[in-house]
Design a protein around this ligand. Structure first.
Ligand code: NAD
Length: 292
């Protein structure tokens, strides 16, 4: 069992750290927010008073932070304190450029690094069923595997440094585009007098089948567990979808890729967010699309 420092005990980080504790690892968490530290103590996740204290004698340090700038700030500090051979894993969703910079910060320091963003949301974090997309050396991946297995059920080695983040934003660009496509189809079906159930029964067993339809169906009824059945409480908040679509747009610009539908999806989610709906589930965008 490993000694693990877990930095960032928010909506995702805290349940992930809880699963590491339950798996028998020795965990010390840290978060800047006193509220998050208190919530961790309530869930029996031990907390340290400082980043340095959390990382003291840790074999593995995991970060789960909001964005690239937070990760780079925290990594710059922990790289100075981590002992030789420590494995650093960043599970946050951040831009590919910052992910690569984080790996570079550790170069020449006898540290082993992995980017390993996740898919599966807060439900998957609590249930220990996340998918991890990892980028880094084979050594880093093999060392991380038993730790990640305590928090997830599917762990994919996507390639070298930054490849985990690249896979994450490509996947979520598909998700944003496909949700808009499914919403448009239901809105068109309504105008044509088609029932939601009829469209679902056909599309879910035909070539229109996709996760946005079968797991997060944007109208109430056909998929009882989808957020549409609870007034679009997330689920996966539209603001987080927008964050990921912006990361995809940034990566497309930097790499010269053409992503016209990804760009358009980002613009639609920007409008939805500006209208004040960022905290609703991302499937609620059907309400905006119905009215143009
Ligand atoms: P969150 O805002 O709930 O948690 C982030 C935590 O980091 C906060 O508690 C904050 O206080 C802490 N923090 C910020 N700066 C810090 C610092 N310098 N030192 C220590 N702690 C610091 O966010 P979240 O929902 O847990 O998401 C975390 C990451 O996971 C994000 O990158 C997000 O995009 C990604 N993600 C979220 C979901 C989801 O459904 N929430 C799903 C997949 C991926």
């Amino acid at each position: 069992m490993a000694t693990i420092a877990f930095i960032g005990l928010g909506n995702m980080g805290l349940p992930m750290a809880g699963n590491l504790v339950r798996a028998g690892h020795q965990v010390r968490g840290f978060d800047l927010a006193a509220e998050a530290r208190a919530a961790a103590q309530d869930l029996a996740v031990p907390v340290a008073n400082t980043l340095v204290e959390a990382c003291d004698e840790a074999d593995v340090i995991i970060t789960m932070l909001p964005a690239g700038r937070h990760v780079l700030t925290v990594w710059a500090e922990l790289i100075e304190t981590a002992g030789p051979g420590t494995l650093l894993i960043d599970c946050s969703t951040i831009d590919v450029d910052s992910a690569r910079k984080a790996h570079l910060l550790a170069e020449g320091k006898s540290l082993v690094t992995l980017d390993a963003p996740v898919s599966g949301g807060t439900g998957g974090a609590a249930a220990g069923t996340l998918t991890f997309m990892a980028g880094g050396s084979e050594e880093a991946f093999q060392r991380a595997l038993p730790v990640l297995e305590a928090m997830g059920k599917k762990i994919v080695h996507c390639g070298a440094a930054g490849a985990g983040q690249a896979a994450k934003i490509c996947n979520n660009m598909i998700l944003g585009i496909s949700m808009i496509g499914v919403c448009e189809a239901f809105a068109l079906g309504e105008k044509l007098g088609l029932s939601h159930q009829a469209l679902f029964d056909v599309a879910s067993t035909s070539s229109g089948q996709c996760w946005s339809l079968t797991s997060y169906c944007p109208v109430p009824g056909p998929v009882p567990a989808s957020p549409a059945n609870r007034d679009y409480r997330p689920g996966f908040a539209a603001a987080l979808m927008l964050k990921d679509l912006r990361l995809a747009r940034e990566a497309a610009l930097a790499s010269g890729a053409e992503t016209p539908l990804g760009d358009h999806a980002a613009r639609l989610y920007e409008r939805f967010d500006e209208d004040g709906y960022g905290s609703r589930d991302f499937s609620a965008i059907i309400e905006m699309l119905r009215h143009g």
